[in-house]
Design a protein. Structure first.
Length: 430
């Protein structure tokens, strides 16, 4: 059964409202480290709607955009959240096409542009739903909050790559939830192709470094010269053998973990007259619930020890940069049940819950005691995709999907935030 005021509020969620706001936000460039203009836009928009707002600074010049529709103080509180930073800067020479630029293009019901998919469409759907509640004059018992965060994109400061440009992997969400913006539940509006995600793969970033000898390339044929790149070439074969076994060892909700050799660095391209004295291999390791960083480190250390014994070389150095754990919440949580019921009413079906593969900030909300479900409009590929991924084709989203998401968000907020907040502690198993 829908909330008695759903239809009155839903009348304000129109295709035009969605399209216009989505175009506005895509046109505001917000790469990681430069999210301020996007945050200011959201806060000003929420302020005009009568919401209580805040620019919550994570770093100098990098605020989270926070807004609240205050309830009576007795109901269940819900936080709509998502990141404002985009997967790319928008000026990369190797990325060509409208989907990689911070300039919206509307075509045949689709919006193309950097951030359209990941994940400004989700933030737009949430904000339009909150504005609809205000316009309809609907009152609920719980608070409905909005948290547009900085620094979610999967990047981090490594070696010479330092500064806010590389400050991702949940920097904004961790600050948000540890600095006063909490709720009984969070709804992360990441792209899920309109599927409810109750679990997310984790991610580890590892560097493995081997050493060689300093020598002139003209003398590299002399006995005792060790080429670090050659050593790594041999070690890489054994790492990939481990990776194959690792990927086949676990499965969760139909998804397996995986390992990607994402970068190799060795030698000096500006001085090829020198033998490579060091070489590093960088791994992206995805994990499923039940796996953790320590078990992966022990497995890798065994590979490195065994290689050292066989090759007669010192054990390679293992260094971790990212340890983002896998996360999962129960399908029985009220936020999941209410969201699923809303999707069933509005779309006519509620597909089975999924585990999401790319990194997401749900892990941080769950870690800090705010159970977080993930559901968003992005993810549907344009008919012209022809097997290409969103990262190959460029970002785009179907306006119809954003419209449906906004109505589902509205129904979820009205239902959940009308419930007695005192009951949530028991429902969450506390």
């Amino acid at each position: 059964m829908s909330h008695p005021d759903f239809d009155k509020a839903a009348a304000h969620i129109t295709e035009a409202a969605i399209r216009e706001l989505l175009v506005d936000v895509v046109n505001i460039a917000s790469p990681t480290g430069r999210e301020a203009a996007m945050a200011e836009f959201f806060v000003e928009r929420m302020k005009r709607s009568g919401m209580e707002t805040d620019l919550q600074y994570v770093d100098e010049g990098r605020p989270n955009a926070v807004g609240h529709l205050r309830g009576s103080g007795t109901g269940t509180n819900l936080l709509f959240t998502g990141h404002m930073d985009t997967s790319y800067d928008g000026d990369e020479e190797h990325l060509v096409g409208a989907g990689f630029k911070a300039k919206a293009v509307v075509e045949d019901g689709w919006v193309w542009g950097l951030g359209a998919n990941n994940m400004k469409s989700g933030l737009v759907a949430a904000l339009v739903a909150m504005e609809a509640i205000v316009k309809a004059g609907v009152k609920v018992a719980g608070d409905i909050s909005f948290g547009g965060v900085v620094g979610e994109i999967e990047k981090t400061s490594i070696e010479e790559f330092q500064g806010v440009k590389y400050s991702g992997y949940g920097a904004g969400s961790k600050h948000l939830v540890t600095h006063g913006v909490t709720a009984d539940y969070a709804l992360l509006c990441e792209p899920t192709g309109l599927r409810i995600s109750t679990a997310n793969l984790g991610c580890l970033w590892a560097r493995i470094t081997v050493g060689g000898t300093v020598a002139h390339s003209a003398m590299s044929n002399r006995p005792g010269t060790v080429n670090a790149i050659n050593v790594m070439h041999e070690l890489q074969t054994e790492i990939m053998a481990w990776a194959k076994s690792y990927e086949e060892g676990d499965i969760y909700m139909g998804e397996r973990p995986n390992v990607t050799i994402a970068c190799v660095r060795g030698g000096a391209p500006w001085r090829l007259s020198r033998n490579p004295y060091e070489c590093s291999l960088y791994l992206d390791i995805r994990t499923v619930p039940g796996q953790n960083a320590e078990m992966i480190k022990r497995q890798l250390r065994k590979v490195l020890r065994d290689f050292s014994a066989r090759s007669g070389t010192p054990e390679a150095e293992l260094f971790m940069y990212v340890t983002d754990p896998a996360t999962v919440i129960s399908d029985d949580l009220p936020v999941v049940e209410v969201l699923g019921a809303a999707q069933q009413r509005i779309m006519g079906k509620r597909p089975a819950s999924i585990i999401r593969r790319p990194g997401a900030d749900a892990v941080h909300f769950n870690a800090y005691g705010v159970p977080c479900v993930v559901f968003g409009p992005g993810g549907r590929l344009h008919p012209s995709a022809a097997g290409r991924s969103m990262h190959a084709l460029g970002e785009h989203v179907l306006i119809e999907d954003v419209l449906a998401s906004s109505r589902i968000y509205l129904a979820t907020a009205l239902d959940l935030c009308s419930r007695d907040g005192a009951l949530q502690r028991a429902d969450r198993g506390a």
